[in-house]
Design a protein around this ligand. Structure first.
Ligand code: ATP
Ligand code: MG
Length: 497
């Protein structure tokens, strides 16, 4: 890619004279803050976004910008593995191989699809149950299926946009050897991640973007995570300042007593959970996705019925219901902002008023909506959280993943929750923004707020929480105080503490 520039708004380039070369047989990481332009650059590469200037050459041949499109990109061997699965959930992995391959549909044969799938899967060490419905697969299996499908269609350049954001550490570790094998087989991989240690572990070279410009391209072996962070942010990130927990935490703020609830599957059914979170305390729930995290989140948000047990807030048992929980001061930062958080197609300020400000007299006097104050409130949040673009009227759909997450966080803190239930709150955030959110959590804790942090990022739980418990197969298990990463990991995998 040479001299690529793109502005969505005149005079405000998202990509500014970008040069990027990805070699044959290379894992090339792209790093940059939220909104730096990574996904946009990849959308240019895949033919979804047409640049204003610059050109693109694939395997030495300059492509014609007038005819370049995702279909053309696929013909030329460029494929993108999106963070959100594009497989058809109600079909098996094999059947999914059929879809989108219309030009040879008449030749499609299930047994040949199965054969090709098996051959690719063995060759690159990407395991998937070929005959299983996509619905029943884990996030990691879906992703592997998606990579295999791209390879089956002849992908030589494979773009992975934050492939590890939703993976468990174990699944991420499985992905890396496969990426190396693909590289050694002469494929080119573009790897986007906010996790600097992963970049160090898997990339050959790294290109760092800052505000739409290339800061540098370096050899990944020769740099350290800290240096990458500095290049990305343009400054050093000091260590997280963490005040000691209050001596005697305030009284119980959130209590779960004998809480049981049905699960999406047997392993994630909640079984007799007992837990207390005090004011001025962050309790972390460590765990691997699929062990009841989502069920617990949904019960605490009021959208999943429980079979037995109690939820108490400040000593009062609450009847189930979204509104009751919110009125009791329980904030909920969803782990899946795309599914249960933000609405593309609505404007930024409209998204900000979705949860709760409807009873705010300045915005809804006597039930009439006044957009002026809502916009002004949105402007304050934008400034506070450094949300880009800083436009209250912008459609939610144009915000980068990290900026959308910042908005979701801002909305939850708006109400100064008595109890905040937060699920994977920094997923998709760059290191600077993640730090910012962590500082907000700690500040809420110093103001006496209670935080229940449900996170699959073990490092996040260990660095933030005053007390850690593990959620394993729908049950809570004690984690001894001071347990390190390895010890918690063993508990999560089911070994006895
Ligand atoms: N269709 C669009 N219209 C207007 N602005 C857009 C559009 N698409 C992207 N942008 C803007 O371009 C900038 C770069 O966004 P991009 O999604 O490329 O960032 P990113 O580096 O992938 O960030 P993240 O790490 O948060 O995913 C953002 O400020 C975004 O709001
Ligand atoms: Mg992005």
């Amino acid at each position: 890619m040479a001299g690529i520039s793109k502005s969505f708004v005149p005079g405000n380039p998202v990509l500014d004279d970008i040069h990027l070369s990805v070699e044959v047989g290379e894992v090339h990481a792209i790093l940059g803050e939220n909104g730096a332009g990574k996904s946009t650059l990849m959308n240019v590469l895949i033919g979804l976004v047409r640049p204003d200037r610059g050109h693109l050459a694939l395997h030495g041949v300059v492509v014609d910008p007038d005819t370049y499109s995702p279909a053309r990109a696929a013909e030329l061997g460029v494929a993108m593995v999106h963070q959100h699965s594009t497989l058809i959930p109600a079909m098996t992995v094999e059947e999914n191989f059929f879809y989108g391959a219309t030009q040879r549909a008449w030749r499609f044969h299930p047994s040949s699809a199965r054969r090709r799938l098996r051959a690719l899967s063995e060759r690159f060490g990407l395991e998937v149950p070929a005959g299983a419905r996509v619905d029943d697969l884990s996030v990691g299996q879906r992703q592997r299926a998606e990579i295999l499908r791209a390879l089956d269609r002849g992908a030589r350049i494979l773009i992975l946009d934050e492939p590890t954001a939703a993976l468990t550490p174990g699944e991420a570790e499985q992905l890396f050897p496969a990426l190396r094998r693909l590289r050694d087989a002469g494929r080119s991989l573009v790897f986007i991640s906010h996790k600097l240690d992963e970049v160090e572990a898997v990339a050959d070279r790294v290109t760092v973007l800052r505000r739409g410009r290339v800061v540098d391209t370096l050899s990944a072996q020769a740099v350290e995570a800290q240096q990458l962070g500095r290049l990305m942010l343009g400054r050093d990130l000091p260590a997280l300042a963490r005040a000691p927990a209050p001596e005697r935490p305030e009284g119980p703020r959130l209590e779960l007593r004998g809480l049981s609830a049905p699960g999406l599957r047997e392993a994630s059914r909640l079984r007799d959970l007992n837990l207390t979170v005090h004011g001025g305390e962050i309790v972390g729930i460590a765990g691997i996705d699929g062990n009841g995290q989502r069920e617990l989140e949904e019960v605490l948000a009021g959208v999943r019925a429980r079979t037995s047990g109690e939820i108490r807030v400040e000593g009062r048992a609450l009847e189930p219901g979204v509104r009751r929980l919110r009125d009791a001061g329980v904030g909920h930062l969803s782990g899946e902002r795309e599914r249960a958080g933000l609405i593309p197609g609505l404007r930024l300020y409209e998204n900000l008023i979705l949860k709760g400000t409807y009873d705010d007299e300045s915005v809804f006097p006597r039930g009439w909506f006044r957009p002026g104050p809502a916009r002004a409130a949105a402007r304050r949040r934008i400034a506070d959280y450094g949300i880009v673009p800083p436009d209250p009227d912008a459609d939610m759909a144009v915000f980068s993943g990290g900026n959308a997450q910042k908005l979701a966080v801002a909305r939850e803190f708006e109400r100064e929750p008595r109890v905040l239930v937060a699920v994977n709150p920094t997923r998709g955030l760059d290191v600077g923004s993640a730090r910012f959110v962590h500082e907000r959590f700690l500040a809420l804790r110093s103001r006496g707020g209670a935080v229940l942090l449900i996170s699959t990022e073990l490092d996040e739980v260990l660095s933030l929480a005053d007390r850690v418990v593990a959620l394993v197969r729908g049950r809570l298990r004690e984690v001894p105080a001071g347990a390190d990463r390895a010890a918690v990991g063993a508990i999560l995998l089911g070994a006895s503490p």
